[in-house]
Design a protein around this ligand. Structure first.
Ligand code: URP
Ligand code: ZN
Ligand code: ZN
Ligand code: ZN
Length: 484
């Protein structure tokens, strides 16, 4: 059984050209002119792009006394509906829990995935067991380890733990990820705000100002440099963190920054909404920022100092959000976005002239595949690559509404926004899973994508270690103080 995608323009991170694409056995088998297959998909007027990869999602994740509402089935279905053909979820051991035990739980949960997926492993505590298990985790095709610098008393790791884990990553050829917010400062500000009677969702954003993120980003970068390891900073939301990333990259360090589509397109006025539910439903960490920070993020995507766009999809129902009535610190942190990332980025990036189509492919797919070490299996329109493809209709429009979304929650942070640019077809390993507004995703079709350790050269690369490599100074007895 072969499928040919005919009459479209192939758009990759480097090139745009007219060609047909032949798909067989889940792979791209030929790209050329006048191809034929058992089944044909009409791509006239459309762009044939690598399917989107979302490098940051939380599906059915236990968090803040509950668990995120979308599971691997509804989450990947939402992704496919919006042109995203792969997600990378976070395997989250509870503090004290074995990493391998947590991995087994995640493997079970992801059995219902409709598209391919991979995991990052979170390091939520530190000890000899974690040190040892990290090697086993890398052996299972998980080469990225996430560290929360916030969520004090729950998931947060301290600097000594982070430094130890980063060094371990360096030795194993793995890359650390960080949620960069100073958790101690956040906890202090939260208590201060509550004591002053500020208990509404707007106080969530007051408790997490951009400086909190900038400080943590700088600290993580310096710690990564001392450990000799690259670093990936998730949900970069503000100029202070972006500035730290720019500076590090300019010095030759491999530091990556990941803005979210939410931070690019929604701002902090959402927290001033008179309706409590509206504001609480937008509570996430880091919070939405003002226009200046948004401009900084767009500039980063344009100049390459920020490399990828994610969602951090972590959806909670309205009822779950209400756990925080009277105390904003109890509002589960997280927002959805999986279905809307690509259409929103196309609308606000391509149609505004901020990004080229090739840059769009880079930041939604190819850069992610390269940074996470799964290119060109993923992220490529290339013979031999997985046939994870989106046939993108730049003229199809819709108004985003929770009424016909795939996510199981009953609201959408982009409610009412018009988007132009939507999938006509989405293919996951060759299977057509979306045809215009019909989603034919098949639970269980998704497979785990293993990612090998990085080659040894992929290090942080500042000269710090060579310059200051410890050298013991040998001293003669006559140069020693008396009595020693
Ligand atoms: O608020 C957020 N971002 N929730 C999901 C967990 C995380 O911090 O990424
Ligand atoms: Zn649960
Ligand atoms: Zn986070
Ligand atoms: Zn997250």
């Amino acid at each position: 059984m072969s499928t040919v995608i005919k009459g479209g323009t192939v758009v990759t991170a480097d090139l745009s050209y007219e060609a047909d694409v032949l798909v067989e056995g889940g792979k791209i088998t030929e790209i050329g002119q006048n191809l034929s297959g058992n089944e044909a998909l009409d791509a006239t007027g459309c762009y044939i792009m690598p399917g989107g990869i979302d490098p940051h999602v939380h599906l059915e994740m236990p968090f803040m006394g509950t668990h995120s509402a979308d599971n691997f089935e509804s989450g990947t279905r939402a992704g496919l509906a919006g042109g995203t053909t792969m997600v990378v979820d976070f395997c989250l051991p509870a503090p004290g829990q074995s990493l391998m035990e947590a991995l087994a739980i995640w493997q079970q949960k992801s059995g219902s995935a409709c598209s391919d997926y991979s995991y990052h492993m979170a390091v939520t505590w530190w000890g000899e067991q974690v040190f040892n298990e990290m090697e086993e985790v890398v052996g299972r095709g998980i080469n990225t380890f996430k560290h929360f610098m916030a969520y004090k008393g729950a998931l947060m790791v301290d600097d000594d733990e982070m430094f130890a884990s980063f060094q371990r990553c360096s030795a194993l050829g793995a890359m650390p990820l960080v949620h960069a917010e100073n958790g101690d400062v956040v906890a202090t500000l939260q208590q201060k705000l509550l004591a002053e009677g500020n208990n509404g969702p707007e106080a969530h954003s007051y408790s997490r100002p951009p400086e909190v993120e900038g400080e943590a980003a700088n600290r993580a970068i310096m710690i990564a440099d001392m450990a000799g390891v690259p670093l990936y900073i998730v949900h970069t939301s503000c100029e202070q963190a972006h500035e730290a990333i720019r500076r590090a990259r300019q010095k030759g360090m491999r530091v990556f920054g990941e803005p979210l589509i939410q931070h690019l397109t929604l701002d902090d006025s959402e927290y001033a909404h008179p309706d409590w539910d509206h504001s609480a439903q937008r509570v996430m960490s880091p919070p939405f920022r003002n226009k200046q920070h948004q401009d900084s993020l767009w500039a980063g995507l344009q100049s390459g100092s920020l490399q990828v766009v994610a969602t951090d999809h972590c959806a909670f129902t309205a009822e779950q959000k209400r756990f925080g009535v009277g105390d904003f610190t109890k509002i589960p942190n997280g927002t959805g976005g999986l279905e809307d990332r690509m259409p929103m980025l196309w609308t606000h990036g391509i149609r505004t002239g901020r990004l080229t189509m090739n840059e769009f492919v880079a930041v939604t797919s190819t850069n992610i595949a390269k940074i996470l070490n799964m290119y060109p299996k993923k992220g490529a329109v290339m013979v031999g690559a997985d046939a994870d493809l989106v046939v993108w209709d730049p003229n199809r429009s819709k108004t985003i509404t929770a009424n016909n979304q795939q996510s199981v929650i009953e609201y959408n942070v982009f409610e009412g926004k018009e988007v132009t640019g939507l999938p006509r077809f989405t293919l996951t390993r060759g299977k057509v899973s979306v045809e215009e507004s019909t989603v034919k995703a098949e639970p269980g079709h998704g497979e785990f994508v293993g990612r090998d350790a990085y080659p040894a050269v992929n290090k942080a690369l500042s000269k710090w270690k060579e310059i200051t490599a410890p050298r013991k100074v040998e001293r003669k007895a006559e140069n020693m103080p008396a009595g020693v």
